[in-house]
Ligand binder design. Structure first.
Ligand code: C5P
Length: 405
């Protein structure tokens, strides 16, 4: 019985830029073809200083494209046609120059023009000196490209051709082939078409025009959930407190500051919510009075008193709405995790509660990692300590299974 190769029938446009790692592009072409791909190669002018078009033609089996204004090439497959042909554009190696030019949307040579003219997904495998990679300009360019939806594959760390050690090596050929296979692998889309609303980050409760009460929530868990839900096919809305993190452009982001604003935005979102995940660290109290002018230091007293009033419980109000979505809350606890989490599940009328032990320093608030114990009325699920992105994927798998019950 013959099994289908992971890249069978997939059309990959390989962009080769002028870095020493360009010599690996020939091997990459071979290995992509081994997995069933059709590969067409585009080379920049400087790439040809490192590896010849003849080599790339020999390994790909097709003429190499290297000129935007070549009448002969245009008579074959024109550049717009080539841009539309690709199922994936993979730029490996991508130099700092190519990355900067992509960010700027340059169209004065073939490779960046094809990227502009193509509706296809684009993956960039950076390869350059570690200092160039770490330079703010390159980092900013990569961030912007990533936000626009381009995939950034690598780089790897290690010994560089110039003798430096650090990040900037082209990923190894087997890794690039694996990432290409993963990209084309059928995706699990358990939340396809489901509307998911997520609250994330802290809230800020104003005291006067310059001061506020807040907390150390980074928003990472909520934002990771949003990206994971998007990848699973959901239509995602994030109601975010002040958080210095970016979200994919196809996630709807509503920025708020106070708990009252978050409450209002959450109730407004209900008409479009199938699942509501309350990941925000909402301030429990706000000041009774917000001073219009900056409060002056009193010379005649060593203390001052602010009266705080309770904020509305957003998730509890969402869960008691008549058009209530599937509701997921979080419980950050320092002790008796199960007892407090189950109490919250019941008291707030939730479908699921994700509890984390914030007495453990490596997880939770403002950390890169988290571990969760998730409770429904009948079941318990444990998600081991991991990167928040991975924890988010696992939590959403549990949510989607329970939501469909
Ligand atoms: O009651 P506690 O703050 O421990 O509950 C935590 C859960 O309730 C979280 O899901 C949090 O986002 C949500 N919450 C809320 N509105 C509040 C306080 C907490 O939605 N005012």
């Amino acid at each position: 019985m013959s099994s289908t190769l992971p890249l069978q029938g997939k059309k990959i446009l390989l962009g080769v830029c002028g870095g020493i790692a360009a010599y690996k592009s020939a091997e990459l072409t071979r290995r992509l073809i081994d997995q069933g791909a059709q590969v067409r190669v585009v080379m920049t002018a400087s790439a040809k200083q490192f590896i010849t078009p003849l080599t790339m033609q020999a390994v790909s089996g097709y003429i190499v494209y290297d000129d935007l204004l070549d009448p002969q090439a245009e008579a074959g497959m024109g550049h717009i046609e080539l841009a539309k042909w690709a199922d994936l554009i993979l730029i490996a190696p991508a130099t700092a120059n190519a990355i900067a030019r992509l960010r700027a949307g340059m169209a004065d040579e073939l490779l960046t023009t094809l990227c502009l003219a193509s509706p296809s997904p684009i993956a960039i495998a950076p390869a350059m000196n570690q200092q160039m990679y770490l330079a703010l300009a390159t980092q900013e360019n990569l961030n912007v490209l990533n936000q626009r939806g381009m995939m950034i594959w690598g780089p790897a760390q290690g010994q560089q051709a110039c003798g430096d050690v650090g990040p900037g090596r082209l990923l190894e050929v087997p890794d690039l082939v694996q990432l290409s296979c993963d990209f084309f692998a059928p995706k699990e889309m358990p939340l396809l078409g489901v509307n998911v609303v997520i609250t994330a980050g802290p809230t800020q409760e104003a005291i006067d025009p310059v001061r506020y009460i807040s907390n150390h929530s980074s928003g990472k868990m909520g934002f990771s959930l949003a990206e994971a839900a998007l990848a699973m096919g959901a239509n995602v809305t994030v109601i975010a407190g002040p958080v210095h993190l970016n979200l994919s452009t196809n996630i709807k982001r509503i920025n708020i500051k106070s708990a009252i604003d978050m409450h209002q935005a959450s109730l407004t979102s209900l008409s479009e919510a199938d699942i509501f995940i309350a990941c925000a660290a909402v301030a429990d109290y706000r000041t009774e009075q917000v001073y219009v002018e900056k409060i002056k230091k009193q010379s005649d007293s060593d203390s001052m008193t602010l009266t705080l009033v309770k904020n509305p419980d957003i998730i509890a109000d969402v869960a008691s709405a008549h058009n209530r979505p599937f509701c997921v809350g979080f419980a950050a606890e320092t002790n008796d995790l199960e007892t407090y989490a189950l109490d919250k599940l019941k008291r707030k009328n939730l479908d699921l509660i994700a509890a984390n032990d914030v007495s453990v320093s490596e997880q939770g608030f403002n950390s890169e990692k988290n571990a969760l114990t998730v409770f429904s009325k009948e079941s318990r699920f444990d998600i081991a300590l991991n990167d928040k992105k991975e924890v988010a994927i696992q939590l959403l798998k549990i949510i989607s299974t329970e939501f469909k019950k």
